[in-house]
Ligand binder design. Structure first.
Ligand code: AMP
Length: 442
């Protein structure tokens, strides 16, 4: 047989040993493509979703570099991984610890929502590679708990989500404290103009690495749309889960309130569930994720941001209780299923208001989603469609436009959460901590 091994990519025996213990038999496509360039100290712009093995893709070569160039006497911070969410930070850190088992490299993770004192104490002892969310990182930098002066490698993980969450000013501020000469690795699942702009400001002659066509979804995922009235979605979800005996389903709602409401109804119907979103404490989020992963609960109901980057292996079903108004979010959502080459099912419950969201998603995927109507749940809603975030006014029919504006009157959540228009507003306002515009927590 003639396939690449981790050693063929130039990784040392200490790194390969740790990877072997994880049970990886061969590099994933993103690892095969990115690792040799990263070892060659190139900047990288990688298009990769969660589930592709991207974390090992950047961690393994960076750990090798750090261990080979280590300062004998002390450990200044030399590599920084920035992530948008606490969950992703914790997950990346777990991976780093496992992969660095046989090299003398110290790692740590810091994020907000928990006590800063233990984090400061850890940083004081010396850390080679740090995983962090931008807000807490800057807080601790202000408090002189760490320095960016010796940063040699900067990794931006899920850069698109960091932009969506308004972290661009924080990122630029963090970078302003770093030496110019350093390696930069940027990973993103989607490539908007804003991402390209951010990349061009940070990366130097980057090598582009892509494993799947831009904005495409995993190949083995089947998409299914059920046309169903808005008020019948809960009953329909319960029916789907119960009749199919599904044991591990990730359900997306558009709002935190919607996630709580659905979770309550599922529990009342005897389906074990938990919600995960930005209003939940870190403890509750960690517990919900753990229970979901070890099958103590069947359903995890999540908002888009909370679910970003969650590593839930071989998730068989994802349900979009509501379609996202930003079509790229659909790609992110269903990135949770069909992972590591396994088959997965992405189910969307679509009511009349969401028909335009569906069209925009189909345009992005370049694929029609099969729609089904189930007996007993035949749609009767006649509410007009809402405009998707990607639709310019001109691309929406006049009739719909006026209807839409009437229907959005008096509603506080009608504005797209991260439309492209909003994105630039977020970008301009940024998110520095002094006078920071409060970030949305989904
Ligand atoms: P990531 O995309 O980094 O979130 O990784 C997704 C999952 O794939 C994680 O559970 C990893 O442990 C796993 N993984 C990473 N690389 C490999 C590999 N080469 N072979 C098998 N599994 C892998």
């Amino acid at each position: 047989m003639n396939f690449m091994t981790f050693s063929d990519l130039g990784l040392s025996s200490a790194i390969v040993k740790a990877v072997d213990e994880k049970g990886y038999t061969k590099p994933s496509p993103i690892q095969e493509k990115a690792i040799p360039h990263i070892l060659n100290r190139k900047d990288i712009l990688a298009s990769a979703q969660t589930g592709t093995g991207k974390t090992a893709g950047f961690t393994l070569p960076v750990l090798q570099y750090l261990s080979e160039t280590k300062h004998i006497k002390y450990r200044p911070l030399r590599a920084l991984v920035l992530t948008p969410t606490r969950e992703l930070a914790a997950q990346v850190y777990d991976n780093i610890r496992e992969y660095s088992k046989y090299v003398n490299i110290k790692s740590a993770v810091i994020f907000g929502g928990v006590n800063a004192k233990p984090q400061i104490a850890t940083l004081k002892k010396g850390v080679d590679i740090l995983v962090a969310t931008p807000g807490r990182l800057l807080d601790l930098h202000d408090r002189k708990a760490l320095s960016f002066k010796r940063i040699d490698v900067l990794i931006l993980d899920e850069a698109d989500r960091m932009l969506d969450m308004g972290f661009v000013r924080d990122i630029n501020k963090i970078i302003s404290f770093m030496p110019d000469k350093r390696q930069n690795l940027m990973f993103s699942a989607t490539f908007s103009d804003d991402i390209k702009k951010l990349a061009s400001g940070i990366l130097k002659n980057p090598v582009s690495v892509a494993t799947a066509p831009q904005n495409s979804t995993a190949k083995k995922v089947t998409h299914k749309v059920y046309k169903v009235d808005k008020k019948k979605k809960t009953a329909f979800t319960i029916k789907l889960v119960k009749e199919n005996n599904w044991n591990q389903v990730l359900i997306f709602t558009r709002t935190k309130h919607g996630a709580n409401k659905l979770t309550k109804k599922l529990i009342q119907a005897g389906v074990s569930s938990a919600a995960i979103h930005g209003n939940k404490s870190q403890g509750a989020r960690t517990k919900a994720l753990k229970n979901f992963k070890d099958n103590s609960i069947k359903i995890l109901v999540a908002t888009d941001i909370a679910a970003r980057g969650l590593d839930i292996p071989l998730l068989p079903h994802v349900i979009n209780f509501e379609l996202p108004n930003v079509p790229e979010d659909y790609v992110h959502r269903i990135g949770r299923t069909g992972r590591a080459g396994a088959a997965g099912e992405a189910i969307s419950l679509v009511c009349s208001e969401e028909s335009e969201y569906q069209s925009e998603i189909e345009k992005l995927l370049k694929e029609k989603l099969n729609s089904t109507i189930v007996a007993g749940f035949e749609p009767t809603d006649t509410a007009p469609p809402k405009r998707a975030a990607s639709q310019s006014k001109g691309s929406f029919s006049k009739k719909n436009k006026s209807r839409n504006s009437i229907s959005s009157k008096g509603s506080k959540s009608k504005k797209p959460l991260h439309s492209h228009k909003n994105k630039s507003a977020v970008t301009a306002q940024g998110s520095g901590r002094s006078g920071r515009v409060k970030k949305k927590r989904y």
